[in-house]
Design a protein around this ligand. Structure first.
Ligand SMILES: Cc1ncc(COP(=O)(O)O)c(C=O)c1O
Length: 421
């Protein structure tokens, strides 16, 4: 596989936030190190970076509560704990996801249930209804690969049934749906600040909500099972007293996250501009269509998903992209732990302990599901004929032109084109 794309360039690696790191992040980290105050609640000099980040997050997302966490997975587990999810609960997730969204459900002792995605590559509101049972206690709306879900459609299914929606915005930070920030439409929203996200501090997470009790419960879960007043542990009301998971964010991460949050709108608009330009350059190419966007203006655009007429053409396009230096392109069916049936631990129902939980626990005995390929046939068919290309946050017009030319050439020489000659 070549590294160079046409024009003698290289297609940059993903890591959207990383391309924007400069002396601002360096100075913020130095400030923490110089003062030796690496823990968010006390230190030689009173720490403030995680507090400042949470304050900035409340303003940015326009929410009452923001809680910094040390990973997106941790944020999911704390949010699910706050929402009371545990044994006896079924939690719906889309067939296109990330392994952590399933892992969090298993960690709290609940049963993951797969929902089909549609051409938006997010949960289909229409097909969601089929996955709901009397045991459904949560729907996780994952805004996959940068684009918001059809939140009106999902809320219209969930709300009348009283099922809460948790928005997993790990891959869509800075995105909006009909003018509202993702993460603010369901009961709670979570974000990941891991390296390959729209903004990053290397490893980190965030929970947002407007609900006071859910916030306190999540806080207690992320810390030591209690609340804090002015940074000191305090006994909470009964509803928030629990067992802590030790998922606090460090000052080092808070310092970087605070700077990156300021840059997030610029990072997203850069990716949006590149994606728009590449899509415009490919308009009218026969046999090529794009993922349906629930809100094109709210797309954060770290990826382009291309739909081809069949799996053979998708494989041909992928081969051409890879041979021309676009090593980060994938056929979605082969996109690792983003596809339910590629997750061996899910397919095998690997238990958390010798007791077999959660799949064999008494409370979950009515929830028998198969997670092998074929469990979501509509999604499987889409995955087979689609190709994903990352849109790095530092592309130049020359990079964009190279992508357009390579995709056009591939589809003019592909199996479909050859058949028509
Ligand atoms: C959709 C989704 N949810 C959750 C996570 C977990 O985040 P983290 O890696 O910060 O634990 C990720 C991370 O890649 C993700 O893509």
């Amino acid at each position: 596989m070549k590294n160079q794309i046409p024009g003698g360039l290289t297609w940059p690696q993903e890591f959207p936030g990383v391309h924007w790191i400069d002396e601002q992040e360096a100075n913020a980290v130095l400030d923490v190190v110089k003062h030796g105050s690496l823990f968010r609640y006390y230190g030689i000099k009173p720490p403030h970076h995680v507090d400042d980040f949470e304050q900035a997050a409340r303003e940015f997302y326009g929410v009452k509560h923001a809680l910094a966490i040390n990973s997106g997975t941790g944020a999911l587990i704390c949010a699910m704990t706050a929402l009371g999810i545990g044994p006896g609960c079924e939690v719906i997730v889309p067939a296109f996801l990330w392994v952590a969204s399933i892992g969090a459900i298993v960690q709290v002792g609940a049963i993951p249930v797969l929902g089909e995605v549609d051409e938006s590559f997010n949960l289909s509101p229409e097909m969601l209804r089929r996955a709901i049972t009397p045991r459904t206690k949560l729907i996780v709306a994952i805004h996959m690969a940068g684009s918001p879900c059809d939140m009106d459609g999902l809320m219209a299914v969930a709300t009348p049934l009283g099922i809460p929606v948790l928005e997993d915005c790990a891959q869509c930070n800075g995105g909006t749906y009909r003018g509202r920030k993702v993460g603010t439409i369901g009961r709670m929203g979570i974000f990941s600040l891991q390296l390959n996200k729209n903004m990053t501090c290397g490893e980190g997470g965030l929970i947002i909500t407007n609900d006071d009790k859910l916030y306190e419960r999540a806080f207690s879960a992320h810390d030591m099972g209690m609340v804090r007043k002015n940074g000191r542990l305090a006994h909470p009301e009964d509803y928030a007293l629990s067992w802590g998971q030790g998922r606090r964010m460090t000052e080092l991460c808070g310092a970087v996250a605070g700077v990156q949050l300021k840059k997030l709108p610029a990072i997203v608009s850069r990716m949006r501009a590149s994606k728009k330009r590449i899509k415009a350059g490919l308009a009218g190419v026969e046999g090529l269509s794009f993922r349906k966007l629930a809100d094109a203006d709210g797309d954060t655009a770290p990826f382009i998903i291309m739909l081809l007429e069949n799996a053979g053409t998708a494989q041909h396009l992928l081969t051409q992209l890879r041979e021309n230096g676009f090593g980060s392109a994938f056929r979605i069916a082969d996109y690792g732990l983003h596809i339910y049936s590629n997750i061996v631990a899910l397919v095998n129902k690997t238990p958390l302990s010798a007791a077999g939980n959660p799949w064999s626990s008494m409370e979950n005995r009515q929830s028998a599901y198969d997670y092998r390929q074929g469990a979501c046939p509509y999604s499987d068919a889409l995955f087979a004929r689609s190709v994903l290309l990352p849109v790095p946050s530092c592309l130049t017009p020359a990079h964009e032109d190279a992508a357009i030319a390579t995709i056009k050439a591939a589809l003019h020489s592909g199996p479909a084109a050859a058949g028509k000659k």
